[in-house]
Write a protein that binds this ligand. Structure first.
Ligand SMILES: *Cc1c(COP(=O)(O)O)cnc(C)c1O
Length: 372
């Protein structure tokens, strides 16, 4: 059976091979007589799954030794509180707003300390990244936060800023939920990176945190113990029961990524996939993506169909949008509806989406345009 192509923004499609392995091991993992969900997190079977996942991720993303890898719970949104609880030291935090997710982080952090705007692209509807040289970073900032791939607005940092070159010694905090493992990371520019697993790694419920060791140990006293990075790190992510099944599935995804040639090979494929889709849209009369070409996301491609007057049709219920989605589904192209806050369409083309899926989408879009 061939499965349809699933363009969901998250929880998103996983590599079919990962799902098949998990299915085959559901009742009996490696002759243990137990499924992974039924194992003690402190038993040797699960410890081996955990250690392999950590090792493989460290290798895939070339995470330096002075960074801890934490497998936590609560998703990206909980990190919006957990990061300030651990890193703000009761002081100020500076935020760069490039879309809904960084905006959410900024609002949540304001509950725990002084959250300030360093820069915002809101005035143009989040279609660009303000140049780092223009950011207003305070000398007393405890950290600077950005979202390196805005899942809803389709804006991606093509390089992380070098804060030191801007005269800022504060650590950079990066929400990389929706493009982790899609491209290499320059860890010399990062203090902490976090991401929910359900976009590019595994099931919802697992949150990945990669944090430089020197940032540990400064949690506010009100920080819940289970969310104190130092306690989590000291206990190898087992201060409390970690999301064991999520770690197992992410571990299978890491093995799959290694077989594909690693993150650099994935990046090449992701560039090719994104280029195919953007090039087609830019040459068409019907489809439009509003994002500055220099910062278009390789993972999340929001787009609009135009009405007969040439204007983008935001309302998903507009007959042309409804016909597009219905036809797509019939053609085996699932979950293309845009996020409710921006409307239109969105194609999420994470690591697990093969180029054939993007080719099928472009073929459908071309055929729909000819009919429209
Ligand atoms: C999905 C997403 C989140 C939120 O994750 P939850 O697991 O729903 O809390 C945060 N940031 C980004 C960039 C995301 O794509």
């Amino acid at each position: 059976m061939t499965r349809p192509f699933n363009f969901s923004a998250g929880p998103a499609a996983l590599p079919e091979e990962v799902l098949r392995t998990a299915a085959a091991e559901m009742l009996d993992w490696h002759g243990s007589g137990m499924g992974v969900m039924e194992m003690s997190h402190r038993g040797k079977e699960f410890i081996s799954i955990y250690e392999a996942a950590e090792r493989d991720l460290r290798e895939l993303l070339a995470v330096p030794a002075q960074f801890k890898i934490l497998f936590m719970q609560g998703g990206g949104l909980a990190e919006n509180a957990i990061v300030p609880l651990n890193l703000s030291r009761g002081g100020a935090m500076d935020f760069v707003l490039t879309g809904s997710w960084s905006q959410k982080s900024y609002k949540e952090a304001a509950r725990y300390g002084q959250a300030r705007l360093a820069a915002s692209a809101e005035a143009d509807g989040f279609c660009h990244v303000p140049p780092p040289a223009s950011w207003q970073i305070g000398a007393d900032a405890q950290y600077v936060h950005l979202c390196s791939n805005e899942t809803i607005h389709g804006v991606e940092f093509q390089a992380l800023p070098d804060l030191r070159a801007l005269g800022c010694e504060a650590p950079l905090v990066v929400d990389f939920s929706s493009h982790v493992c899609s491209r290499p990371i320059d860890w010399s520019r990062v203090g902490l990176a976090f991401g929910g697993a359900q976009k590019n790694l595994g099931p919802a419920g697992l949150t990945l945190v990669v944090v430089r060791e020197d940032l540990l140990g400064h949690a506010l006293s009100v920080c819940p113990s289970a969310f104190d990075y130092q306690l989590v790190a000291q206990n190898q992510s087992m201060y409390n029961t970690p999301p064991t099944y999520g770690i197992y599935i992410a571990g299978l995804t890491f093995q799959w990524l290694k077989k594909q040639g690693g993150v650099a090979a994935m990046e090449e494929r992701n560039i090719a996939k994104a280029q195919l889709l953007y090039d087609y849209m830019d040459g068409s009369q019907l489809y439009v993506n509003p994002v500055d070409k220099a910062v278009r996301s390789r993972m999340n491609v929001p787009f609009f169909l135009r009405g007969d007057d040439g204007q983008p049709l935001l309302d998903p219920a507009h007959p042309r949008n409804a016909a597009f989605l219905e036809g797509a589904k019939a053609a085996g192209l699932l979950q293309l509806k845009g996020h409710k806050s921006v409307g239109g369409m969105r194609a999420s083309i994470y690591n697990a989406m093969p180029i054939e899926g993007v080719q099928a989408l472009v073929a459908y879009m071309r055929e729909f345009e000819q009919r429209a």
